[in-house]
Design a protein around this ligand. Structure first.
Ligand SMILES: NC(=O)c1ccc[n+]([C@@H]2O[C@H](COP(=O)([O-])OP(=O)(O)OC[C@H]3O[C@@H](n4cnc5c(N)ncnc54)[C@H](O)[C@@H]3O)[C@@H](O)[C@H]2O)c1
Length: 273
């Protein structure tokens, strides 16, 4: 998407962290910004910040896991702005447990937000975006945990692999719908992700205030989310499918793909014998 000024960006989970970084980056380029966040006060705070940059914005309380609510949010955004040029399905949560300690409620919560939230966003916005003339783009936030395995966060890894798969398929089907797609796969970014239990809905266990000091230390040393926002903005302009933020995470991809290719070599050798 070459010309961002005057276009409309929608960002789920835009009230904090990476979503807030994207809101600032797109507003700085003259885009109008619609924020949907389960924490309304946080979304409204970012709305005020970006409005000070001279653009028009709305913030709404939104649970991306609620399919009907995402549909109503889309109606609200199209009513206000008429068009949506950039959809950022970004809201996400994480739990920290080994697989055998991960509860059913943990699985359901992470799947409902990280995977179904992205699906709900695509289903609510895509038909009207497809019908619009001009350039359009979808950015889905996955993680480097969507590129290779990470111990202790199985539901997160499963959903982020899913988000990578959805994004790659959207990209492959581009000639049918005419919408560009990107998948954001960051390493550690200094956000509130470790405390994501603060937003856990009652039907999947309710708020979870467990602390994880080791992970918190790593995340606190992570990249500035404003920098991530600027990286995403450039990737949208460049129409990049994969958006990586940390060059040192390359080895995660190399390790996984080397193992997969070695298994194909073994398969070929077996077939030939
Ligand atoms: N921080 C990292 O190191 C990192 C790394 C890779 C990927 N990510 C991904 O980045 C995305 C943003 O996370 P972040 O790190 O900025 O965390 P964050 O907690 O700072 O921000 C997440 C935002 O999403 C909102 N949210 C949570 N549940 C929601 C729901 N059900 N519906 C709507 N909004 C909801 C929160 O209120 C918050 O404003 C997530 O998808 C996360 O998985 C983060």
């Amino acid at each position: 998407m070459q010309d961002l000024a005057g276009k409309v960006a929608v960002i789920t989970g835009g009230g904090s962290g990476i979503g807030r970084g994207m809101a600032h980056a797109f507003a700085a380029a003259g885009m109008h910004v619609a924020i949907g966040d389960i924490e309304l006060a946080a979304g409204e705070r970012v709305q005020r910040e970006v409005e000070e940059m001279g653009i028009s914005s709305i913030a709404a309380k939104l649970d991306v896991a609620d399919r009907d609510a995402v549909g109503s949010f889309a109606d609200k955004v199209f009513d206000k702005f008429g068009e949506v040029h950039l959809l950022c399905n970004n809201a996400g949560v994480v739990t920290f447990d080994l697989m055998d300690d991960t509860s059913d409620a943990d699985w359901r919560w992470v799947i409902s937000v990280n995977l179904e939230g992205v699906i709900n966003g695509i289903q609510a916005f895509m038909p009207r975006m497809k019908a619009q003339a001009g350039e359009k783009h979808i950015v889905n936030t996955a993680s480097i945990a969507g590129i290779g395995p990470h111990e202790g966060i199985a539901p997160y890894v499963a959903t982020k692999y899913g988000v990578v798969g959805i994004s790659e398929t959207l990209h492959a089907e581009r000639e049918h719908h005419g919408i560009g797609s990107s998948v954001l796969c960051p390493g550690n970014v200094h956000t509130q992700i470790v405390a994501s239990g603060r937003n856990r809905q009652d039907d999947v266990g309710g708020p979870d205030s467990r602390v994880h000091p080791d992970v918190q230390e790593q995340i606190s040393a992570g990249m500035d989310p404003m920098e991530v926002g600027r990286i995403v903005r450039q990737a949208v302009i460049d129409d990049d499918l994969y958006i990586f933020t940390h060059p040192d995470t390359r080895e995660i991809a190399e390790k996984r793909f080397a193992a997969i290719l070695a298994a194909f070599d073994k398969c070929a050798a077996r077939s030939a014998s």
